[in-house]
Design a protein around this ligand. Sequence first.
Ligand code: SF4
Ligand code: SF4
Length: 155
Amino acid sequence: MARIGILTCSNCTQESNCASVVCLGDMRKRRGFFERYPKEEPLDLIGIINCAGCPTLVAPEKIFRRVHAVTEFKLDALHFSFCMTALCPFLAQYQKVISAEYPTLEIVPGTHRPIEKSKFQEGVKELLCPTICRPQTMNDSIRGTLKLPEPQDRR
Ligand code: SF4
Ligand code: SF4
């Protein structure tokens, strides 16, 4: 039985409310990057963690704040979620520091069946920076309450 963890991109799970349903569905059905585990063998999902956020150019080790939460419970493999592999500019640094800290831990570069990356990236961009309908902010609420004029810059 393999003991696995999943590391997701916070822009998808925290900012865009993904509950990792597609990752978990493909894990149950042994599809995508879970095909590597035999269907007849139980797969133990130890935990799902999300990235601790931008590590800047100097601190990829920031990811350990989250990774330790699952490695403490004996892990065979850590899957980088599909969204991480499609979006994260720090993927190589994360792989490097995690592998150095945990030489026996296998890093698997994906979870669910891959979606066309450019389409996925376009969709995430629209979620994070919507162009169709500008999200309301606290400024809008305060302005409405105080009946202040609309700002000129509506971006
Ligand atoms: S890989 Fe897909 S389903 Fe999994 S956490 Fe990311 S966006 Fe959600
Ligand atoms: S550092 Fe990478 S994985 Fe973490 S939130 Fe940013 S893009 Fe996502």
